[in-house]
Design a binder for this molecule. Structure first.
Ligand SMILES: C[S@@+](CC[C@H](N)C(=O)[O-])C[C@H]1O[C@@H](n2cnc3c(N)ncnc32)[C@H](O)[C@@H]1O
Length: 334
């Protein structure tokens, strides 16, 4: 069961048609979780009315957004269009966030094209009402590029705030032990070194995160069918630092539901949205799977496995188009 992948579902029109019948939400609908009060909305996050309906008079203290910035790299959207599109969901976030709150935004830069959209995005944020606070770099384990340039191994994470939000720095130590002694300082007339003064034997993450593994198919949290999953470890670090238990956290680009799972694990309420009913369904299923099995993803299987093994049309499509064989199990062979 752990060996059935699913190709990316966003770019495969035929596969989308075959899977959509298994999705609970249609455009405009909101799924309300009866257990932990999460909400998943199948909406366009740039639409103020739809976002207002999702919030329904409540306020969030933390937004974690991961917009599809690759649109730019693939020339599907001009940079100016991406920025004016982003202005809308940023405004909707501002209106959904409490007086004291934080917003984190994952964003990429096209090095070959004047670092777009990153450079223009941070300019646009000057008029957003948010204060800039930090700029985190997450180091990937695998990079891309040629020997003619420095390999691209980073993901950028912007941190802005409104008012004076919570920052639980004591909850966000890495699991990297402090190994270097030094940095002497006089405290109460005594010369002390850093490890004597510190509150933990582990290093704080700072704004360069080198201890987070990128998601890949061998990890339990992997969700096949998705193409842009963020690691739970990174999202949990943000949730721990910038919110408290029972707080409402928003994520307008749910995809595989990483923020949702982090909120479930850390006892926060997640109000999340995706424009695509298939990713809304995947997020709901990931939550249900986590509750039923304790597993955070499907590793080498996928969220629609149970339906696919019963559905000859999809099985045939996957076998012919993608050379993925779901028939084996029915044959009794391995
Ligand atoms: C980069 S992915 C987010 C990945 C996510 N952080 C995760 O860990 O799985 C972006 C998602 O935004 C969704 N999306 C794109 N435009 C949207 C819009 N206008 N409103 C809501 N969702 C949108 C896409 O369908 C896609 O699933």
């Amino acid at each position: 069961m752990e060996k059935y992948p699913l190709p990316r579902v966003d770019t495969d029109a035929e596969l989308r048609k075959l899977l959509i019948k298994y999705c609970r939400l249609t455009k405009g609908e909101i799924w309300r979780d009866p257990i932990s009060e999460h909400r998943i909305a199948c909406i366009d996050s740039t639409d103020p009315k739809a976002v207002k309906e999702l919030m329904n008079g409540t306020e969030s203290v933390l937004a974690i957004h991961d917009p599809p910035y690759n649109f730019i790299a693939f020339d599907e959207l001009k940079e100016e269009q991406f920025i004016s599109w982003s202005e809308k969901w940023i405004k909707n976030s501002f209106n959904s966030l409490a007086l004291n709150s934080s917003i984190y935004i994952w964003l990429g830069a096209d090095y070959k094209n004047h670092f777009q959209p990153f450079a223009s995005f941070i300019q646009m944020m000057k008029n957003s009402g948010f204060e800039s606070r930090n700029y985190i770099t997450l180091r990937n384990q695998r990079g891309y590029g040629t020997t003619q340039n420095w390999m691209a191994i980073r993901q950028e994470l912007l941190y802005y705030t409104k008012g004076a939000p919570v920052f639980n720095v004591e909850t966000v130590y890495t699991d990297i032990p402090k190994i270097l002694k030094g940095y002497y300082k006089e405290v109460g007339g005594e010369i002390t070194e850093n490890t004597e003064r510190s509150r933990s034997e582990f290093i704080r993450p700072g704004n360069v995160w080198v201890d987070v593994q990128q998601v890949f198919y061998r990890m339990e949290e992997n969700v096949n069918g998705c193409f842009a999953q963020k690691p739970l470890k990174a999202i949990e670090r943000i949730v721990n630092a910038s919110s408290n238990e029972n707080d409402i956290i928003i994520d307008f680009f749910a995809h595989s539901g990483t923020t949702l799972i982090s909120c479930e694990k850390l006892k926060r309420k997640c109000f999340t949205a995706d424009i695509d009913p298939i990713f809304c369904e995947i997020s709901i299923r990931r939550l249900e799977r986590f509750r039923n099995t304790g597993k955070t993803g499907w590793q080498n299987s996928n969220p629609f496995y149970e339906e696919i093994i019963q559905d000859n049309e999809i099985k045939e499509y996957l076998a012919v188009k993608h050379k993925i064989n779901y028939w084996k199990e029915n044959d009794g062979s391995d």
